[in-house]
Design a protein around this ligand. Sequence first.
Ligand SMILES: O=C(O)CCC(=O)C(=O)O
Ligand SMILES: [Fe+2]
Length: 352
Amino acid sequence: MTTPKDIPPIPIVDFGAFLHGNEEERADVARQIDDAFRNTGFVYLKNHGVEKEVVDKCFEWSKKFFALPMETKMLAPHPPGGSHHRGYSAPGVEKVSQHEYDADELKKLREIPDFKESFESGNPTDTSQPNIWPPDTSLPGLRPFLESFFTHCKTLTHSILSALSLALRVPSPGLSPTHSASLFQLRLLHYPAIHASELANNQTNDLNDDSKRIGRARRSRINAHSDFGTLTLLFQDRVGGLEIGAPDTPGLFRPAPPIEGTVLVNVGDLLARWSNDRWRSTVHRVGLPPAISRREGMVPDRYSIPFFATADMETVIDALPGCWDEAGNPKRYEPVTAWGYVQMRMAALYNS
Ligand SMILES: O=C(O)CCC(=O)C(=O)O
Ligand SMILES: [Fe+2]
């Protein structure tokens, strides 16, 4: 029987060797990321160039923001529907879903709400989805900090895209020009403290049966889902509870614990498709941290900071070079624009 131990571990790659290394070192890092994306779809990057102090500061801002009274947070409300993905969402509003577009199925999924609140911001200069900020007086300094953190994440994303372009030998200028950042999204996430008995258990691997995992618990932190863009960067605090699915055994998960000084990077559905499934978009979820047993009482607050990247809306997603050939590995998907694809996924996220 497959057990969580059989799921390949997520490798830790020294990205400093790509950012500052010679040609050979850069090629080696690109190969390691390629391997990780082929095996698990996830990689930890250390020496990624976003200073620890900056990441710590972002967590501090996040804590300050979520500690504001609900009425203040609601001064920057996420608009209803999924087309303007900015601003504050109170606990219970968003429900992630895994390839689930059927209205009845979505309704069922929403009966066990994710217990989290979030604040989304995007490219400060983007006019298609303008940012929604609380008034400056509510939390002076939040906006300039998050705008600068967005830039750090954007820069790192472009460096990773360069590494991926190198791995696949995508002709110059590579993948970067398809990611002008208008659809990038910086998310602050807060999972409030909750009694362990109320939280869906991550520690049982109930094959194909989320209802057993959830048991009598009424809450999940974030249910199993895959990300729908190209790349996600994830900074997590020390609490833990994130798990990634086994590539070939649905329902089987292993922990993706926080590792000091690293950023966790994963492939989203659009990139998996673009790579003709060379790279995996792996399901992941957040529940009870491994160190906490159900009887133990309270599970502490958890904060995480994902940054979602996707390709510009007009980009045609057609199998990348190095990911297909006429002989044994034909293209598996019809070309689609990034915009068409994102719209389909966003519509499933919100009640509209
Ligand atoms: O909070 C986490 O660690 C994961 C968040 C996540 O997977 C998401 O927002 O898509
Ligand atoms: Fe995710």
